[in-house]
Design a protein around this ligand. Structure first.
Ligand SMILES: Cc1cc2nc3c(=O)[nH]c(=O)nc-3n(C[C@H](O)[C@H](O)[C@H](O)COP(=O)(O)OP(=O)(O)OC[C@H]3O[C@@H](n4cnc5c(N)ncnc54)[C@H](O)[C@@H]3O)c2cc1C
Ligand code: SF4
Length: 326
């Protein structure tokens, strides 16, 4: 591990001030950061420990719910407000990692976890995300786990988070603070596409602290489901996942949410699929039509072409489970 300065911040203001310099990094649960520092993939010159910050609450906020950035993933899963109003989020978080990791991992850290592309973690090979301009080893490499949506010629790595797929479906808002300023970032605007700069993964500025995630009121609690397809039941990232919600009245779908994981370079909303469901009866035929509309212009490669069909089947399965068929 490269040497760094360690700062245990007393409060939010102190954390933001300490992280304002180039190369400083916040530390929450450490399940991503420490891992990558050991590999020397991430080499911050200063690590600002957020462990003392009072950002752990999960509480009602207007018609919705507000989750502190330092709330543990396991606390999100077990909180009654989340179980009652946002079961989709609880299911998605529960599908990630293991109980031990979820006990450590924070909500803020989960938003900002890094890709599991194996070349990103291997200092011996080029990777534009780790070393901008060095090239992308995945383009001619083994691509089974890589993205088919949102890719560029610079990077085809998937966004690994399960939680973020549910947050995308639920139209979450990320609250941040930097200096004396606060911002609210729509979830759709939080993560960026790789384009020519895959090293940039979100719209945060240096030293900008995620303080909360806000969930607006949702009509999707009754009919919602997260399905994750992976190689084994624990410690495996999604090959494809879908977070879906249905709002049904008088036998017709009046609102729908569909977001995908494991197939795209950022948490991926599928508005075309959502639109295809509006006004339809909730049945296998309408779910299949929506799934067919979901993947617009996918870019499969040699080893991950199976993800096109897998993602569509995952959407259909999630919609069936959300509607209560099995
Ligand atoms: C073995 C293993 C298996 C896993 N499997 C899964 C899985 O199946 N699905 C899944 O979704 N995830 C999985 N994960 C990833 C895990 O969910 C993340 O590592 C975790 O959520 C990161 O949270 P953290 O608090 O530990 O973040 P840290 O490691 O502390 O930080 C991660 C990044 O976030 C930044 N950061 C943290 N908090 C803030 C904040 N408040 N404001 C601004 N920046 C911040 C840090 O600077 C750092 O860059 C797995 C991890 C491990 C180790
Ligand atoms: S896909 Fe992205 S993360 Fe993976 S090697 Fe290419 S540039 Fe690096």
């Amino acid at each position: 591990m490269k040497p760094f300065t360690y700062v245990r911040a007393a409060d939010t203001a102190a954390a933001i001030a300490a992280a304002s310099g180039a190369g400083a990094s916040f530390l929450a649960g450490g399940t991503t950061l420490i891992d990558l520092m050991r590999l020397e993939v991430m080499t911050p010159n200063a690590v600002i420990d957020l462990g003392r910050l009072a950002l752990t609450e999960i509480e009602r906020h207007g018609d919705g719910v507000r989750i502190g950035a330092m709330a543990k993933n396991s606390d999100v899963v077990s909180h009654p407000l989340i179980a009652e109003r946002y079961p989709l989020l609880a299911q998605a978080v529960l599908a990630g990692a293991s109980q031990q990791v979820r006990n450590m991992a924070s909500v803020g850290g989960n938003l900002l976890q890094r890709t599991r592309c194996p070349y990103f973690r291997d200092l011996g090979v080029p990777c534009n995300k780790r070393a901008p301009g060095s090239g992308c080893s995945a383009l001619e490499g083994y691509t089974r786990s890589h993205a088919i949506l949102g890719t560029s010629e610079s990077c085809i790595a998937t966004h690994p988070s399960d939680m973020c797929v549910a947050l995308a479906a639920l139209d979450a808002v990320v609250h941040t603070q930097r200096g004396g300023h606060t911002r609210q970032i729509r979830f759709a605007d939080f993560h960026t596409l790789p384009g020519e700069h895959p090293e940039v993964e979100n719209t945060l500025e240096q030293g900008e602290l995620v303080t909360h995630v806000e969930l607006p009121a949702s009509p999707f609690a009754r009919h919602a489901h997260y399905v994750k397809v992976r190689d084994r039941a624990a410690f495996a990232f999604a090959l494809a996942s879908a977070a879906v919600g249905l709002d049904v009245a008088d036998g017709r779908i009046r609102g729908a949410r569909i977001a995908l994981g494991g197939v795209a370079t950022r948490p991926w909303r599928a508005p075309e699929a959502e639109q295809a469901l509006i006004g339809q009866p909730p049945n296998r035929q309408s779910f299949e039509r929506a799934a067919a509309a979901a993947l617009v212009d996918p870019k499969p490669r040699r080893d991950n072409a199976f993800k096109v069909a897998l993602a569509r089947r995952t959407i259909v399965r999630a919609l069936e489970l959300a509607w209560g068929q099995s």
